[in-house]
Design a protein around this ligand. Structure first.
Ligand code: FES
Ligand SMILES: [Fe+2]
Length: 363
């Protein structure tokens, strides 16, 4: 096993941040792809996708990065599955267009699969021993949901329930299944920076007074909170006097408190920003060691108010974050920068992320 040339001390008081080398060297970028992203839960769309039965929808998981060819299928009984879209004979791509489909047929040599991924037939294969066997069926990945969102993982042993539990427990009173997608308020950003720098920045509210003057008028910096989960971090922004906050029912951890926002980050690249009007979902998609795409999807909470003003505010904060993250990306290229230290009070989330990265890469 290759040794990772750095370690992040479990004690934030003692720890150093990831070295500049981590963000510079393509070796670590590639290692993250296989050790982190190829084993992570990915939001792949909406639960109500594939409304029709006997239909398929091909897609690529993280195009240009994982580039894993997958296909969502729905059979006559209504069962949805997420399958490999690669033929088990000689790896031709199977489904190229979304649409109605009763069985998947490879156009190369005619192998046929059911919508459950089971191989049904193959021409010219008499005399082949031990055929068909398990490996002739299309690999089927886990398909899970939270609220309106659909998730899969290339690691078929991973537990979705464990990963999502802290989010579910904290916000189930909001009935996230009732959040509805507002594509008109969704956006796509591309930044010139390493993906982990975008996450680092997200995981601390330390920079709010310095980088986000308008946001700083809304949140009570003194009462900004951090909570660590095994696979994530929750930051809670409390509302300043006169600013909007949740009407939290009794029996919840923050009942009676003026919470302005719950910012959940789930390892490695998913952010669920929950506001009194609904949910802003951010997905951080690595492209290269110097480029990252950030997908913003907006979900509104029935009956709550959201308008262009909210959208403009979110966009302004995003621009402020992107500018600083791109500057840091240039900074970590420096031959003179080695690593930093953490504020015990304000950067426990970044420390937790660095620990999780180190742990994943050691495996
Ligand atoms: S590659 Fe699919 S049948 Fe040959
Ligand atoms: Fe920020």
């Amino acid at each position: 096993m290759e040794r990772i040339p750095f370690s992040v001390d479990p004690k934030v008081q003692k720890a150093r941040t990831l070295p500049g080398e981590f963000y510079r060297n393509p070796f670590f970028f590639d290692k993250c792809r296989e050790q982190v992203f190829a084993k992570a839960w990915h939001c792949i769309g909406l639960k109500d996708e594939l409304e029709d039965r006997e239909a398929v929808q091909p897609f690529e998981l993280l195009p240009g990065f994982l580039s894993e060819p997958l296909v969502l299928s729905r059979d006559a009984q209504g069962n949805r599955r997420c399958l490999s879209n690669v033929c088990t004979h000689r790896a031709n791509l199977l489904v190229t267009e979304p649409g109605p489909c009763q069985e998947i047929r490879c156009r190369y040599h005619g192998r046929r699969f059911g919508l459950d991924g089971k191989m049904k037939s193959m021409p010219e294969f008499s005399g082949v021993e031990d055929f068909p066997s398990e490996t002739d069926h299309l690999p089927s990945l886990p398909l899970d949901s939270f609220g309106p969102l659909l998730f899969t993982n290339l690691d078929r042993k991973a537990s979705f329930a464990e990963w999502i539990r802290p989010v579910k427990e904290r916000i189930s009173w909001m009935k996230p299944e009732e959040f509805f997608h507002a594509p008109e308020y969704s956006a796509l950003y591309e930044i010139e920076a390493h993906w982990a720098l975008y996450v680092d920045n997200y995981l601390e509210g330390f920079h709010i007074p310095f980088v986000h003057p308008a946001l700083n008028q809304v949140l009570d910096f003194g009462d900004y909170r951090y909570e660590m989960f095994p696979q994530g971090v929750l930051q809670i922004g409390m509302a300043k006097e006169g600013q909007p906050y949740f009407d939290i029912p009794g029996g919840q951890k923050e009942s009676g408190q003026k919470v302005a926002a719950y910012y959940f980050w789930m390892f490695p690249n998913l952010m669920l920003n929950v506001y009194p009007w609904g949910l802003s979902l951010n997905i951080v998609e690595p492209i290269s060691p110097t480029q990252t795409r950030i997908r913003f999807e907006t979900f509104l909470w029935e009956g709550k108010e959201y308008d262009q003003e909210n959208q403009d505010f979110t966009h302004m904060v995003e621009m402020e974050d992107e500018a600083v993250v791109e500057a840091v990306h240039k900074g970590v290229q420096s031959r003179l920068y080695q690593h930093g230290r953490f504020s015990v009070k304000r950067e426990p989330g970044v420390h937790h992320f660095h620990r999780l990265l180190e742990e994943a890469m050691k495996k």
